[in-house]
Ligand binder design. Structure first.
Ligand code: PEP
Ligand code: MN
Length: 345
């Protein structure tokens, strides 16, 4: 198969294939929701040992049944050459590389080598660490091995201490990926971002608003009884409601007023960005001057107390200005890291 042109491109199904009846019920629900691509994990990467680790290759005939009985295209996660071989032999339509694998160039390479020439689409989830380069590298590796149908899935990354979601979405990673690869489908996985079914809708809509191409959603006939990721899977009814309620923004509008207004707003943004650059130049000069001064006086570059105070003050100001703490933390950490680098020269 090829990646579909339809938008949104939706893949749905349970976190794990658990039994024949569970897989077939899940597939019936996916089909009833109007979805044409079915997911089910067979080899499950679990955080702790002792959890349900999937049916493995024994689940492959169940996926074949889903294709035969419901006409759905089927996909599953692969993490090794052996998984890929088994999937190709079983006629699986599409595979994805999970977050614990996509950041490992050795594994990605062996998967790429095994997929080479097979012509099935592959989706690459973002690695556990928010590193757009590592994510892009996995995609490049597949393409260089002759895997031509490669797409991506943003599933977010865990943050220390945890926040509202199981994984912070890191939408910016998908934007960085889009600038590197204009032509690949980029989906979101709101289920693994959320960790809780209550947040799947808001994350799904956000993904579409940001222009992502589709969604991979976990759905189980009886989510509370699921053997993995029970709290984030949607029931069949919830899956239907979610998909009915999503709205797809138009890529653009031909309306004259819209085009004029958007040009003005973009000019304003361009000007603000220019000013930001000028300020960053000024800040870098100040950092270099501080670095020299510290060196002259034999003082160490890193002054942790000082940095904590700066960041604390900035976060307080961010609150007062109604800016997101997450954004300011990310921006200030990047600026600080660069400042340390400049002072080391
Ligand atoms: C999954 O899709 O079930 C899964 C394990 O995903 P991730 O690799 O994003 O954690
Ligand atoms: Mn899962």
């Amino acid at each position: 198969m090829d990646f579909p042109q339809e938008r949104p491109f939706v893949i749905a199904g349970p976190c794990s294939a658990e039994s024949r009846s569970q897989v077939l019920e899940a597939a019936a629900a996916v089909k009833a929701a109007g979805v044409r691509y079915f997911r089910a994990g067979l080899w499950k990467p679990r955080t702790h040992p002792g959890g349900f680790e999937g049916l493995g290759a024994e689940g492959l005939p169940l996926l074949a049944d889903v294709r035969r009985l419901y006409g759905l295209s089927v996909c599953t996660e692969v993490a090794s050459a052996a998984h890929v071989k088994a999937c190709l032999d079983a006629g699986v339509d599409m595979v994805w590389i999970g977050a614990r694998t996509s950041g490992n160039p050795f594994l990605v390479q062996e998967i790429a080598d095994t997929l080479s020439g097979a012509d099935i689409p592959v989706l690459v989830k973002n690695p556990i660490s928010p590193d757009a380069g590592l994510w892009a590298g996995a995609i490049e590796r597949l393409r260089l091995s002759g895997v031509s149908k490669v797409g991506a899935v943003l599933r977010g990354c865990p943050v220390p201490g945890g926040e509202k979601y199981r994984n912070q979405p890191y939408w910016s990673l998908s934007i960085e990926l889009r600038t590197r690869f204009q032509d690949i489908p980029i989906l979101a996985d709101p289920s693994h971002m959320a960790g809780d079914r209550a947040y799947v809708r808001e994350l799904s809509q956000r993904a579409l608003d940001l222009g992502l191409d589709g969604l991979m959603i976990e759905s189980h006939p009886e989510p509370e009884k699921a053997l993995s990721d029970a709290s984030q899977q949607l029931s069949p009814q919830q899956l239907r409601d979610l998909l009915e309620g999503l709205s797809l923004p138009a890529a653009t509008s031909a309306d004259g007023d819209y085009l004029q207004a958007i040009d003005r707003l973009r000019a304003r943004i361009d000007l603000i960005d220019e000013n930001l650059l000028a300020l960053l130049r000024e800040r870098s000069d100040a950092s270099i001057a501080i670095g020299r001064y510290k060196k002259e006086h034999g003082v160490s570059i890193l002054q942790p107390g000082r940095w904590e105070t700066v960041l604390g003050n900035m976060l307080e100001r961010a609150d007062a200005l109604g800016l997101s703490r997450e954004l300011i933390k990310e921006v200030m950490n990047a600026i600080h890291a660069d400042s340390v680098r400049l002072q080391e020269r």
